[in-house]
Design a protein around this ligand. Structure first.
Ligand SMILES: Cc1cc2nc3c(=O)[nH]c(=O)nc-3n(C[C@H](O)[C@H](O)[C@H](O)COP(=O)(O)O)c2cc1C
Length: 164
């Protein structure tokens, strides 16, 4: 099967990770793929925090009230968009899509965590704690790590297309 099609079919939301760290080469590859995403007028109105540091992950887990908030993933990518840009949420979501599919291609698993946005909404001091520039808003975060589970795709609706 074509490798891109295989990756798109194999990406799953992974909620169990091995303790293995992610190599710096893999992290650089993921960053390269993320910034290749399309954005309106090529504004690239995004900013990402790559969080591997135990204390910084603990800070987020502690505020979310659960040690399992990130499923034990070795890396959490926090995503932020520049509020004043043209289509910042769409653009940043495309970058995260590249992250999730790129990670799958590298044999890694990912899971989007929307609740991270709520943490930044509730605890605005997190923006300065994570050195996020003024004017950027949290979109959410993505857990990344070596998968410790195999999953089938949850059922998909098929009656969502109309042909003319
Ligand atoms: C906007 C959005 C928010 C999500 N939030 C969470 C979340 O907070 N926790 C979680 O475990 N999964 C979360 N997910 C993952 C979805 O549950 C998952 O994509 C869906 O069940 C389909 O499964 P699949 O990704 O394996 O195809 C989120 C996905 C999206 C797109």
């Amino acid at each position: 099967m074509n490798q891109v099609i295989e990756v798109l079919k194999n990406r799953r939301s992974i909620r169990r990770y091995k303790e293995e760290p992610i190599s710096s080469e893999q992290i650089e590859q993921l960053k390269e793929l993320m910034v290749l995403a399309p954005s309106a007028m090529n504004e690239q109105p995004w900013y990402f925090a790559f969080v591997q540091n135990f204390e910084k992950k603990y800070e987020l887990c502690h505020l979310s009230g659960s040690e399992e908030a990130f499923y034990g993933a070795p890396l959490i990518v926090l995503a932020f968009y520049r509020k004043a840009a043209l289509t910042p949420v769409v653009d940043t979501t495309f970058a995260l899509s590249n992250l999730m599919n790129g990670a799958t291609a590298l044999g890694l698993g990912t899971c989007f965590i929307y609740n991270i946005k709520g943490l930044f909404d509730e605890h605005e001091e997190l923006y300065s704690s994570f050195n996020i520039p003024e004017g950027y808003v949290c979109l959410g975060g993505v857990c990344v790590g070596v998968p410790d589970e195999e999953k089938e795709a949850p059922e998909r609706k098929q009656d969502v297309f109309i042909d003319f």
